[in-house]
Design a protein around this ligand. Sequence first.
Ligand code: EPZ
Length: 420
Amino acid sequence: MDAIRIRGGKKLSGTIHVSGAKNAALPILCATLLSDGESLLRNVPALRDIETTSALLRFLGRSVSSSPPTVKVDAGSQVRPEAPYELVKQMRASVMVLGPLLARFGRAKVSLPGGCQIGSRPVDQHLKGLEKLGATIKLERGYIIASAPRLRGDEVVFDMPTVTGTENLMMAAALAKGRTRLVNAAREPEIEELARVLNKMGASVTGAGTDVMEIEGRDELAPFDHAIVADRIEAGTYMVAAAAAGGDVLLENAPLEDMESTCAALKTMGVEIGREGTAARIRRTGPIKPIRLTTEPHPGFPTDMQAQLMVLATLAEGTSTIKETIFENRFMHVPELARMGADIEAEGNHAIVRGPSRLQGAQVMATDLRASASLVIAGLVAEGETEVLRVYHLDRGYEHMERKLAAVGADTERIKGTGG
Ligand code: EPZ
């Protein structure tokens, strides 16, 4: 497994290009199952999760030619509506083929995704919603066995906002008979992006981005050509990197309109963020200030930015508090940051971060996607050398992170295949 080696202490300056959004591309790739013909996705990031989803679509019978930033998906001659454990276990978001397969082919056998490092990650809301649209669902030997001659529109009320749960139901409803109303729907920008694609395909989705959505189902949908929106979490991650290391970085096509809570938190901590056309300029010249932060569903502060912001808090002059309300175990970066000298006390879903700490370089272990990013950021400011092991976690959601950072002056390099 590869590692990334960082020698800390360099300020960042220059331009970073923000890639297409992983969490928009994944549901949109699943939406290609809803129609025949060839769909074209542009501005797709070169990530492991994209490769995994392409492999799953091929397994289902689609022909996929994936050369990021372009991915073409064509309906094959036959379909095998089964998503096996060996593919689903690599990426939980694979469960998003369930809605499209059920709506289009009337049956689906999809492995239960199981938990991951950050939590148990149940899919009960997905299943309850599909049953409300008329599906018969059984759980057998770790698989979801679903069937429905034809889904029919109805009202689905989610117990909590779930991003992929909302996306699964949007795709199922787009081919259901009649109108579906999703209440307590997730409001993330990726939901609005999927709605734009479903509307291009011929469905009628209104209310995306609010907590109530209405979807007029169709008998048939058309393939689409769509350029994926920029990744707000990747952009936020590089904003934190620039703030932590100091310097002056221009983020090309940063989706600032989707990043209000992230920008507000960074400005509270003394980071300057200015819009320059479609780019954002990030500077941090003064001291970093502490923050009281709680993660929330969009438009609140995103859980996917929590680990990154915690690194910045270790450098702040004062005490910060961070509350993680979305996942039950999303502080795995804490013990690794503590090994680098951070002063963090985590109790349940609360963390108290006392700063400023002088971080020292160390060998650290990546665990989940965003925790890995926070360890790289810590390495940028630590004294000496940091080696982040098991960066396959990072490669799931960040396109060549070490190259993008090196291009703005960081001393980062990828070490091929070092155990660990
Ligand atoms: C999506 O995961 C994202 N993944 C996650 O990003 C992100 O952290 C998460 O939303 C929250 O914003 C993709 O979009 C592919 P949820 P998802 O369903 O949909 C509970 C990353 O780093 N819940 O919105 O799986 C759940 O346990 C990844 O890119 C149920 O109880 O998250 C959690 O507490 C990590 N039952 C809360 O809802 C369900 O059926 C929100 O989870 C579904 C969810």
